[in-house]
Ligand binder design. Structure first.
Ligand code: ADE
Length: 243
C-alpha cells in the first residue's frame, strides 16, 4: 500500500513516519511513503504558494495551481504503473471524524493521497477538482494537516498485511468490538507493594480470557459509556453483563 502526502513540509512527514514500526514496514516494502513538496510545483520565481482571499478576511490561502499540479504528478505516476486514480483525502476539521472503521476501509486501497493544508486553507476550486474524502481527526483545530495525515497513515498502515509482526498484531484490541483493552502486567510480580492479579499467574487460559473480557467490559463501561452502549446493544456483552 502506498501513501502519497502532498505537503509544504515534507521533512515533517518523512521524519515522523520513517521510524519504529512504520520505518521497518517502509524498509521491507510493505508500505510506500512518498512526501511531495507542493512548493516544487509553483510557477513563480519566488516559489510562492499562497495569496490573499478574495472578499477579504484574515490569513492567506494556498493557491489552486501548485496543489493541482502536485496531485497530477502523483496521479500520473500511479496510473503509469497500472494503478487506478487514487482516493484523495483532504485532512480538515470540516471532515468526517476518523475512526477504526474508516482505517479498515482505507487499508483496502492500493494508493492513498493525503492533501495537507496550511495557512487558512486551500482555494475551494482545487478541492472540488481533486478531493474525494474530507476527513478530520477530531473536533479541535491544528495548525496544519501533516499531523492528522500522519495519525491516519499510522492507523491504516498497521492494518496492512505484514506491517505488524505476529506478536504486535493485537487480535483483541481497543475498538475491535467497541471494547477497550484489558489491563496488562509484566515483571516483577510485586511493584511498590502492588501485586499482579492472581488470576494471571494461575495458568488457566480460559480463566484468564474470561477475566480479561470482564476487565475490558468494566473499563469500557466506566471510561467510555458511549462505546459500551454500542457494545451492549450488539448483544456481545458476556462476562460483565451476565453477573
Ligand atoms: N487540520 C487542522 N485541524 C485538523 C483536524 N482536527 N483534523 C484534520 N485536519 C486538520
Amino acid at each position: 500500500m502506498n501513501f502519497h502526502i502532498l505537503t509544504l513540509f515534507p521533512e515533517m512527514v518523512t521524519g515522523g513516519l520513517n521510524t519504529s514500526i512504520l520505518g521497518r514496514a517502509a524498509q521491507n516494502g510493505h508500505i510506500g511513503l512518498e512526501a511531495v513538496n507542493i512548493r516544487d510545483f509553483t510557477k513563480n520565481k519566488h516559489k510562492k504558494v499562497d495569496d490573499y482571499p478574495y472578499g477579504g478576511g484574515a490569513g492567506m490561502l494556498m493557491q489552486a495551481q501548485p496543489v493541482f499540479d502536485a496531485f497530477k504528478s502523483v496521479e500520473e505516476k500511479i496510473i503509469s504503473r497500472g494503478g487506478k486514480s487514487p482516493r484523495v483525502i483532504y485532512v480538515t476539521p470540516q471532515g468526517k471524524v476518523f475512526n477504526q472503521q474508516m482505517a479498515q476501509e482505507l487499508a483496502q486501497e492500493q494508493d492513498l493521497v493525503f492533501l495537507c493544508g496550511h495557512y487558512e486553507g486551500i482555494d475551494e476550486r482545487v478541492l472540488q477538482a481533486v478531493v474525494t474524502d474530507y476527513v478530520s481527526i477530531g473536533d479541535y483545530v491544528l495548525t496544519g494537516g501533516e499531523l492528522p495525515a500522519m495519525v491516519m497513515i499510522d492507523a491504516v498502515s498497521r492494518l496492512v498485511p505484514g506491517v505488524l509482526k505476529n506478536e504486535e498484531s493485537a487480535e483483541f484490541e481497543s475498538f475491535h468490538d467497541n471494547l477497550l483493552e484489558y489491563p496488562q502486567y509484566t515483571r516483577p510480580e510485586v511493584w511498590q507493594g502492588a501485586e499482579v492479579p492472581e488470576v494471571l499467574l494461575c495458568g488457566d487460559h480460559a480463566k484468564v480470557d474470561r477475566w480479561r473480557l470482564e476487565q475490558s467490559e468494566a473499563r469500557t463501561r466506566e471510561r467510555r459509556p458511549d462505546l459500551y452502549e454500542l457494545y451492549a446493544r450488539k448483544g456481545r456483552a458476556l462476562g460483565y453483563l451476565q453477573k
